[in-house]
Design a protein around this ligand. Structure first.
Ligand SMILES: Nc1ncnc2c1ncn2[C@@H]1O[C@H](COP(=O)(O)OP(=O)(O)OP(=O)(O)O)[C@@H](O)[C@H]1O
Length: 420
């Protein structure tokens, strides 16, 4: 009796759902068990949790440079074969060169045969080794192989000898190459795939919300909701109902029942901005939720189980607040499982030119924008930036409007607003 082959295991990493679907269908039809990841960090987390035979990865990842990703896989999981897949399109990945191993050939073959059910291989998979079309080719004989899976060009992965730089590459939405910013990106990528609570600390306008959104985008929860609540923007008396929800008639004015933001974020992420402004009594209730995973709407005795990841942010030092007795120590420890500190612009002056260039380029997508003169740049350099990147954005927007009739943005067009 023919032996039923064990499913072979692969992680498939791509941000593109249709791409994942095509490749997954091709492989599961061939008895591969495929774990899908939306980005590099998530894919690495899957490999950590359960080693598998192959890593199939899109050459464009939302969070990691492909070379960095491949090097990381190679270092941590030398047993896993790597295959980078190029979707045909204007953005091709970098040139790839690498000798192929027999097992990698199997995956390529599986992908190719996914087009055609008649070719479904029989046996235990070992017999695929040495298929005539796929006999291993030694270094440099073939540098590139394209196989089409329903319109997708599959190109062999490569790990050229070059090291992938400092081991950390910034996330696309976070502008800045200063070490403190690269550390922010690194921390986001490390924590995103996990369920850990994150505390983001940094001055106003330094990108705390951007960090929360990036964590959500790179997490397995990315296709569920990110719900944001600014604790400073809601009167203390309403904050509890906003967080936990309430039944009809639970308090004066509650003419209808409403679910709270925690429940609304079920399966996703809740971003609690300005957590330092939360009243002490409510802090105790939030802690209870974090410990039990249950919420109780105001006016209702039945607890409801929810699965929510919390990312909290503050511009204040919560540790100082704990010392002063205005923030609960137990909640602080529970929130600060993983800390990310967003640096103020004053701490990373070397990023100013890059920020200016990228922010002006973004503005130019909406309306024509003049170039910045050297004098204007110098004026920007002299400023202390208490409002950080948000303030820079506003200064540049104002300057672009003022310079509409000038050949360039001059120092005269750089106006700083009020500082507080
Ligand atoms: N590193 C960065 N790269 C690109 N844009 C940034 C960066 N940091 C901040 N910004 C932009 O600056 C603005 C303010 O950012 P964000 O709201 O994330 O800051 P914040 O720290 O949460 O501010 P606040 O404490 O006032 O709520 C946003 O438009 C954001 O896109």
């Amino acid at each position: 009796m023919p032996r039923t082959p064990q499913p072979r295991t692969a992680v498939l990493a791509s941000a593109d759902l249709s791409f994942r679907t095509r490749v997954r269908e091709a492989l599961t039809g061939l008895r591969w068990e495929v774990q899908e990841a939306q980005g590099g960090a998530e894919a690495l987390a899957y490999l950590e949790a359960r080693p598998c035979e192959a890593m199939i990865v899109d050459t464009w990842l939302p969070d990691l440079e492909i070379q960095e990703f491949l090097a990381e896989c190679e270092k941590r999981h030398p047993q896993t074969d790597l295959i980078a897949v190029d979707d045909p399109g204007p953005e091709r990945g970098p040139e790839r060169t690498q000798a192929r191993s027999p097992r990698r050939n199997e995956v390529l073959l599986a992908l190719r045969r996914g087009q055609d059910a008649d070719h479904e291989p029989q046996g235990d998979g070992a017999s695929w080794n040495g298929m005539p079309e796929m006999t291993p080719v030694h270094d440099r004989t073939v540098v590139r192989e394209e196989i089409f899976v329903r319109g997708t060009a599959v190109v062999e992965a490569t790990r050229p000898g070059a090291e992938p730089g400092p081991g950390t590459v910034r996330l696309p939405e976070l502008i800045g190459e200063a070490p403190a910013m690269l550390e922010v990106s690194r921390r986001i990528r490390l924590v995103a795939p996990r369920a850990a609570t994150v505390l983001v600390q940094g001055p106003t306008g330094s990108g705390k919300e951007l960090v929360a959104r990036a964590i959500h985008r790179l997490s397995p929860r990315a296709n569920r909701r990110l719900v944001a609540l600014n604790c400073a923007a809601i009167p203390d008396t309403l904050l509890e109902a906003e967080l936990f929800g309430h039944t009809r008639g639970a308090f004066t004015g509650a003419v209808q029942g409403r679910i709270g933001r925690i429940e609304a974020a079920d399966g996703g992420t809740l971003f609690l901005d300005e957590i330092g402004e939360m009243p002490l009594a409510l802090q105790a209730k939030l802690l209870r939720f974090l410990e039990t995973g249950e919420v109780q709407r105001i006016g209702d005795n039945d607890p409801i189980r929810v699965d929510v990841r919390i990312v909290a942010a503050t511009h204040r030092s919560l540790a100082e607040m704990v010392k002063a007795g205005s923030f609960r120590a137990d909640l602080y420890y529970r929130l600060a499982v993983f800390l990310i500190r967003t640096p103020g612009l004053g701490e990373r002056p070397e990023d100013l030119p890059l920020l200016v260039e990228r922010l002006l380029a973004r503005m130019a997508e909406q309306a024509p924008v003049r170039r910045l003169s050297a004098e204007a740049m110098e004026r920007l350099r002299q400023h202390a930036w208490p409002g950080n990147v948000r303030e820079l954005q506003h200064v540049l927007e104002r300057a672009a409007i003022l310079a509409a009739e000038s050949p360039e943005i001059g120092a005269a067009e750089i106006e700083f607003g009020e500082t507080f």
